[in-house]
Design a protein around this ligand. Structure first.
Ligand code: HEM
Length: 452
């Protein structure tokens, strides 16, 4: 543990009201509030704020963020918000800590290696083509609700990637139960009133019912798989067969259940949210859309169907996705808790301090991103990327807890967008869209576009 001998300056405090601190200012508009803090305290590099009766240190610059997420990550555990998630996800990769997390990450990592993802790419392409077909059948005069259309696509992709195409009925039931668990998790996290779990509120009852369905379906699927000698190329099979190199151990049924639920929940809403924002941006920037479409047409060169090899050539499309993730990072804030006394830049950080890392704040810092609100995919040209601090852009977090599904998500978005650009032109509907920071950075109203 660090001992600090030289004097350290006090951490700047954003002034607030008695008892409520900065909560009201935050609630009036979380994102403008965060941008104001960057403006006011950026030169101080960190600032202490008080939300919901607890103080938190907000990191404003990439250097401090890298320190917490990577350089001294062992001193920064999962923050307070993870306790709520644990109720839903159990002890899976997102919520676990310490040696248990390290072992689980070692076991799960190979399932996300490049060669394994190439196999999943075919599943994604099948689903994207079917999605394009469904969209083509809708009436072109009506606006398309992109928010629900993208959830539909990412739910199917994550279900098929996890469980393959067999046991379809059970997988459909399971997808529905998991989707309602996800919905309940969102509602619980935004509800400021936390009653004990035994209080039989309608939400608690619905939660118990959804968990019961999820558990029994997953356990049945696992048992069937364990009894079978056939090998498949889905994530569940890779997790089932994963063996710890050091101990030779495999995951128990309970661990498998927690990892499957985690991957399912972490893996679809984030991607769907980002897809919806990307389609919103493309519809409103016809020049960018035309350039991305021209790239897709050139790479496909008259072929009907995309192949996994095509993805590497869709470089401008990848820049569009990155710029969309910059403006609207789905995981807009992540919490940490300092485990011991530490030195962060010139400041002393006490044990037990809450730390807030916000990709949103870093992605809108004019010091890293001139004219930050402007949508400009050319910011991600390789030579311009090299000029920036690597932690100026962190939609998937950083350090050892970097999102395990980052390549999966980027590939999925590329596939879905390529199919869409190949078939349609999207135009804005002119309806108002506000940003709403819940667990993910969603839009308050559904995103709609005209497809022609
Ligand atoms: C655009 C889509 C996505 C975004 C923006 C995103 C973002 C993130 C971020 C920021 C973290 C780090 C959280 C922290 O350090 O506190 C994370 C972790 C995680 N993500 Fe993603 N994610 C996305 C898609 C996915 C997908 C597709 C999967 C799985 C198929 C996935 C599975 C996970 C898991 C399991 C973790 C926990 C990793 C660990 O701590 O070892 N994510 N994600």
């Amino acid at each position: 543990m660090e001992t600090i001998t030289s004097p350290t300056p006090p951490i700047p405090v954003h002034p607030g009201l008695p008892f409520v601190g900065n909560t009201l200012e935050y609630l009036r508009g979380p994102l403008p509030f965060l941008n104001r803090l960057q403006e006011q305290y950026g030169t101080n590099r960190i600032v202490r704020i008080a939300l919901g009766g607890l103080t938190t240190i907000l990191l404003l610059k990439p250097e401090e963020t890298r320190y917490v997420l990577q350089e001294n990550n062992r001193n920064y555990g999962r923050g307070r918000s993870f306790a709520v998630l644990r109720q839903f996800l159990g002890n899976g990769l997102l919520t676990s800590e310490g040696d248990f997390w390290r072992r689980q990450r070692r076991l799960a990592q190979p399932a996300f290696h490049r060669q394994k993802l190439a196999i999943l790419a075919e599943t994604m392409i099948d689903e994207a083509v079917a999605w394009g077909d469904r969209l083509q059948q809708t009436n072109r005069k009506d606006p398309v609700n992109v928010t629900s259309a993208t959830i539909d696509a990412t739910l199917r992709i994550v279900s098929r990637s996890l469980f393959g195409s067999v046991l379809t009925d059970r997988v459909d039931d399971l997808s529905n139960a998991l989707a309602s668990l996800n919905h309940l998790a969102n509602n619980t996290l935004i509800n400021p009133i936390r009653l004990p779990k035994w209080v039989p509120t309608p939400t608690q009852r619905a939660f118990r019912q959804a968990t019961g369905t999820v558990d029994s379906l997953i356990h049945r699927i696992i048992q069937t798989r364990r009894a079978s000698t056939e090998s498949r190329d889905d994530l569940l099979d890779m997790l089932l067969r994963a063996e710890d190199e050091e101990t030779g151990e495999r995951m128990s049924d309970q661990q498998l259940r927690d990892e499957v639920v985690t991957l399912f929940i972490a893996g679809h809403e984030t991607t769907a949210t980002s897809m919806a924002w990307t389609l919103h941006l493309l519809a409103n920037h016809p020049d960018v859309q035309a350039r991305a479409k021209a790239e897709v047409d050139a790479v496909l060169a008259g072929r009907d169907r995309l192949t996994p090899e095509d993805l590497r050539s869709l470089t401008y499309l990848m820049q569009v996705i990155q710029e969309s993730l910059r403006l609207y990072p789905p995981a807009w804030a992540m919490s940490r808790l300092s485990l011991g006394l530490d030195r962060l830049g010139e400041y002393a950080i006490n044990s037990g301090e809450g730390i807030l890392v916000s990709p949103y704040v870093l992605h809108h810092d004019p010091a890293s991103w001139p004219d930050p609100e402007r949508f400009d995919p050319d910011r991600f040209q390789p030579e311009r990327v090299k000029e920036r601090h690597p932690y100026a852009f962190l939609p998937f977090g950083g350090g050892p807890r970097l999102c395990i599904g980052n390549q999966f998500a980027l590939m999925e978005m590329q596939v879905l967008l390529a199919v869409l650009l190949q078939r349609f032109t999207s135009k804005p509907t002119g309806r108002r869209i506000d940003v709403q920071p819940l667990i993910t950075l969603r839009s308050k109203q559904a995103v709609t576009v005209f497809l022609s």
